[in-house]
Design a protein around this ligand. Structure first.
Ligand code: MLT
Ligand code: MN
Length: 310
C-alpha cells in the first residue's frame, strides 16, 4: 500500500499568486465557479499510515501541515509524522520549506549531490542542525529504501533519474550560455514503489522535454504525477504577465504537438495527473475548455488535499 497526499498542487508562486490579477488568480479570490486556491508544489507519501515522507518542501509547508491532519504531531510533546524530505530540484518552491522544518527534529534529507551542494553553499540552511538532520546523497538509477534518521526503513522504495530540465531560477548564470549553467542532476524524476506489494508511481513535477528514454521508463505504469505548469508555451506572454516561455523555464506545455498530453498519449499509463500547475494555466478553472480537453484526454488536475491510494 502507498498513500499519496497532495500538499501543494501549484507551481512556484501558488494560485492565487500574491501579486497576480490574471484570470485564474482572480477567479480563486472571487470564488468563481468553485476555483480553489492551491499552494506550492509538494506531496507526502506513506506506506504505513504513520510515517510520511515529503517529496519537496514548499514555502507553504507551515500552512500545508496545519491543513492536513495526517501531518500533525501525534505522540509526546515533540513529534512529527514527517520522517524526512526528498528533493527533485533546488527551486524555491521545492526547498524553501526546509526552513520550516528547523526546531531540532530528526529528519533525513535526500537529494542529488548537485542540490545538496547548493544547500550547503547557502548557510541559511544550517538551521537544519546536522545533529538532527542527516543529508543523504541520492545516486541516479539506483533503487533504495527511504529510511528515517534512525536508519529504519519506511517500506518506500525510490529510484531517481535525471530528466531534461533547468537549473533553479535563482541560480541561473547568464554568463554560462544558453542553459544558464544547468548541470546534470539539476532536475530529477522519481519512481516510488511500495516494498510490500510492489505498487508504484512516478513523480516528475518538472520536465522540459519527453525523451525516448523517459517515455520507455514511464510506459505501462500505474500512475504518474507530471509537470502541469503551463497549458501552452507562450502562456505568460499571452496573458500579459511575463515574457518567459515554458521552455525557457524548463517546463513542457500540456497542449500541442510538443506537449505532455501528446507525449504521454500512447504510453499506456493508467492514471495521469497534472501537478505543479502555474496560476496562468486555464486548466485550473473548473469550467474552462482547456480543463475539458485535458480530462477528455484522460488527465486529472490535482488539487491541494487530494488523496490517492495505490
Ligand atoms: C519553476 O518551476 O519554474 C520555478 O519554481 C520558478 C520559480 O522559482 O518561481
Ligand atoms: Mn517550480
Amino acid at each position: 500500500m502507498l498513500k499519496v497526499l497532495v500538499l501543494g498542487s501549484a507551481a512556484g508562486g501558488g494560485s492565487p499568486q500574491w501579486n497576480c490579477n490574471s484570470e485564474v488568480s482572480k477567479a480563486v479570490r472571487n470564488g468563481k465557479d468553485g476555483t480553489t486556491s492551491r499552494t506550492q508544489s509538494s506531496i507526502a507519501v506513506t506506506a504505513n499510515n504513520n510515517e510520511w515522507f515529503l517529496f519537496n518542501a514548499s514555502p507553504d509547508l507551515g500552512s500545508q501541515i496545519l491543513k492536513n491532519k495526517q501531518m500533525h504531531p501525534k505522540v509526546d510533546l515533540r513529534h512529527s509524522p514527517i520522517s524526512g524530505v526528498i528533493l527533485t530540484n533546488g527551486d524555491v518552491d521545492h526547498v524553501a520549506g526546509l526552513l520550516t522544518l528547523r526546531e531540532r527534529q530528526n529528519l533525513s534529507l535526500y537529494a542529488h549531490e548537485r542540490v545538496h551542494s547548493v544547500l550547503k553553499e547557502n548557510s541559511i540552511f544550517n538551521v537544519l542542525n546536522p545533529d538532527y538532520v542527516e543529508r543523504r546523497e541520492m545516486r541516479m538509477n539506483e533503487k533504495f529504501e527511504l529510511k528515517n534518521k534512525g536508519g529504519n526503513g519506511l517500506g518506500i522504495q525510490v529510484e531517481a533519474f535525471e530528466v531534461p530540465g533547468k537549473i533553479a531560477l535563482w541560480l541561473e548564470d547568464e554568463s554560462k550560455g544558453d542553459n544558464f549553467g544547468t548541470q546534470e542532476g539539476d532536475t530529477i524524476g522519481l519512481k516510488i514503489s511500495s516494498l510490500e506489494d510492489g505498487k508504484s508511481f512516478f513523480y516528475i513535477p518538472a520536465c522540459a522535454k519527453m525523451t525516448d528514454e523517459l517515455a520507455e521508463r514511464i510506459k505501462n505504469s500505474d500512475m504518474i504525477l507530471f509537470d502541469g505548469t503551463l497549458w501552452k508555451n507562450d502562456e505568460m506572454e499571452a496573458s500579459k504577465v511575463g515574457q518567459k516561455t515554458g521552455q525557457r523555464m524548463g517546463h513542457m506545455n500540456n497542449s500541442g504537438n510538443d506537449g505532455s498530453m501528446e507525449a504521454l498519449r500512447n504510453l499506456n499509463i493508467k492514471r495521469k495527473i497534472y501537478i505543479h500547475i502555474n496560476t496562468t494555466n486555464p486548466i485550473l478553472l473548473p469550467n474552462s475548455k482547456e480543463r475539458k480537453i485535458v480530462e477528455e484526454n484522460g488527465w486529472q488536475v490535482s488539487y491541494d488535499g487530494m488523496e490517492i491510494e495505490l
